[in-house]
Design a protein around this ligand. Structure first.
Ligand SMILES: NC(=O)c1ccc[n+]([C@@H]2O[C@H](COP(=O)([O-])OP(=O)(O)OC[C@H]3O[C@@H](n4cnc5c(N)ncnc54)[C@H](OP(=O)(O)O)[C@@H]3O)[C@@H](O)[C@H]2O)c1
Length: 329
């Protein structure tokens, strides 16, 4: 018998999440049945999508949604031998039972010198998001200028590095001087702290006086309105996220950017990385190859202790993390 600890959403978030919205519960798990495996979480992920998805994918009383790198500790399913590692959608739980249908084995030849936690970051969902946003949505071309916001985060930091690798000029916006220093380390051409610049319009103009061909949008809200005005004619915008809106209790209203979009003839497309699920295996190999070649660097913001998961999640929503937010059990 295994005692599983689970974080439950006891109350739907109203505005910014609070400690009292979560409750830690312990549950005794039965032995795995035929075809089932028992998993132990090794690394858990805190991601912005958990905030909006909690609203339409969860009921009060559910285990918080999320992915984790887990180790198979008992197996009645030959596809997942004991000791192997999987990506599980088991949510915020230390232990879970699974029939295997929601599991993806971690890449077969995962190199020993690459931390397994990267399977939740650069060589996982956020890395795939960066890659698809650049290749499938923006169609970024060598020599173009790209703007990315939340640039020092899990997705943004990969976006900037892939764009640099492709021979583009990259401008990044982030919320602290330490994040800006990190972006410079990664090779971003220009980076600024949007919280201290005064005028976003001036900062964007200074970073790229000729404007932007592509904008990888992670933030939304007023940033977006200002950035759209700095696009070149026929600019492309990949709407990946809108984290500045996730905790709003009432929908934001205008200003509306239609006239800017018409006059500049812009193209804006929202996307979810899952659209290209059929490419994931191949794409993960490409991301791993870049990591091994030293072309893709990763930083992780590690919170130790399963009991600190709500704090890690709330920290992510207020910008505590540089790089990928990871929780170790
Ligand atoms: N479409 C998809 O398939 C997909 C997949 C993954 C992620 N996403 C989206 O991509 C974005 C980045 O995700 P991530 O996992 O890489 O997260 P992340 O960037 O590692 O962490 C979130 C960051 O957002 C910034 N932020 C938080 N509140 C903000 C606000 N009010 N205004 C501006 N910035 C704010 C903070 O950085 P600063 O200190 O710089 O403010 C924070 O560190 C999110 O919007 C997420 O929802 C979309």
């Amino acid at each position: 018998m295994v005692q599983a600890k689970k974080w439950i959403l006891v109350k739907h978030f109203d505005g910014f999440p609070k400690d009292s919205d979560f409750e830690l519960k312990t549950e005794e798990l039965p032995e795995p049945k035929d075809g089932e495996v028992l998993l132990e979480a090794v690394f858990l992920s805190a991601d912005p999508y958990m905030r909006p998805f909690s609203k339409f994918r969860m009921n009060e009383g559910d285990v918080m949604i999320g992915t984790q790198v887990a180790k198979v500790i008992q197996s009645n399913n030959p596809a997942f031998p004991v000791g192997s590692h999987v990506i599980s959608r088991g949510g915020w739980s230390t232990h879970t039972l699974s029939d295997g249908t929601d599991l993806t084995p971690v890449m077969a030849d995962w190199p020993q010198d690459v931390p397994l936690s990267l399977a939740l970051g650069t060589v996982g969902m956020p890395g795939l998001t960066a890659l698809y946003g650049i290749e499938e949505v923006l169609g970024l071309q060598k020599g173009e200028t790209l703007l990315v916001n939340a640039a020092a985060g899990a997705v943004g930091s990969v976006v900037g590095q892939i764009a640099k690798k492709m021979g583009c000029k990259v401008v990044g916006s982030a919320g602290s001087d330490a994040k800006v220093a990190f972006l410079k380390e990664l090779g971003f051409d220009e980076a600024f702290n949007y919280k201290t610049i005064g005028s976003l319009e001036e900062a964007l103009k200074k970073a790229s006086p000729e404007g932007y061909d592509c904008f990888f949008e992670n933030v939304g809200g007023p940033f977006s309105t200002v950035a759209l005005q700095q696009m070149k004619d026929f600019g492309r915008i990949a709407v990946c996220g809108s984290i500045s809106l996730y905790n709003d209790t009432a929908p934001q209203t205008g200003p509306y950017s239609h006239l800017t979009m018409i006059i500049k003839q812009l193209k804006m497309e929202g996307f979810m990385q899952s659209r290209w699920e059929h490419k994931h295996a191949e794409s993960l190999k490409r991301l791993m190859a870049w990591v091994k070649e030293g072309k893709l660097h990763s930083r992780e913001h590690i919170t130790r202790g399963f009991e600190n998961m709500p704090a890690a999640f709330m920290g992510l929503l207020q910008g505590d993390n540089i790089g990928k937010a990871i929780i170790t059990v």
